[in-house]
Write a new protein. Structure first.
Length: 163
């Protein structure tokens, strides 16, 4: 284990492993600093540097490059976060207006406008909702939204409906 030839290949294998690990978890920039540190240590080992110098290069180069990549990784993470709601689920909690009456009864559908989109709607309690009523989306089921009228006191707002 004290053989310098052995450490050449250890550092080279570590650099490749860290590099492949970074590619498998693209965008994190967590393993790149270690890949750079191992690459530096491999170069030093191939140039005949003692094992302790290889370790020193690995630690220092990894620490410096880790500190250099953190701001970039943080900035990229901040700009690539997925919104809380993706697809139709983004509508949950949004407000809309009833366009055509939502008739009384379960599974009776009317239509609501949410933003610039028109959706088939069902009232949460099965009660009728007149055109012009302001509603909030509680749930999305397929191509319809489950809504309840807004303006209710918060103590009487319905709880989330079980699936």
């Amino acid at each position: 284990m004290d053989d310098p030839d052995f450490w050449r290949w250890v550092w080279l294998a570590a650099a490749v492993t860290f590099g492949l690990g970074e590619m498998a978890s693209a965008g994190t920039f967590f393993l790149v600093p270690f890949a750079l540190g191992a690459t530096g240590a491999a170069v030093a080992a191939f140039l005949g540097a003692p094992i302790a110098i290889g370790w020193l290069i690995f630690v220092v180069l990894s620490a410096v490059s880790f500190a250099a990549f953190r701001p970039l990784a943080a900035r990229l993470d901040a700009t690539t976060k997925n919104p809380l709601g993706v697809g139709a689920k983004r509508l949950v909690g949004e407000h809309g207006v009833v366009l055509t009456e939502v008739p009384q009864g379960p599974d009776e559908l009317g239509s609501v406008r949410i933003g610039r989109e028109e959706w088939r709607a069902e009232a949460l309690d099965g009660g009728p909702l007149a055109p012009g009523t302001h509603v909030t989306v509680l749930e999305v089921r397929g191509t319809r939204v489950i809504v309840y009228p807004t303006g209710l006191p918060t103590s009487t707002r319905p709880p989330e409906r079980p699936h």
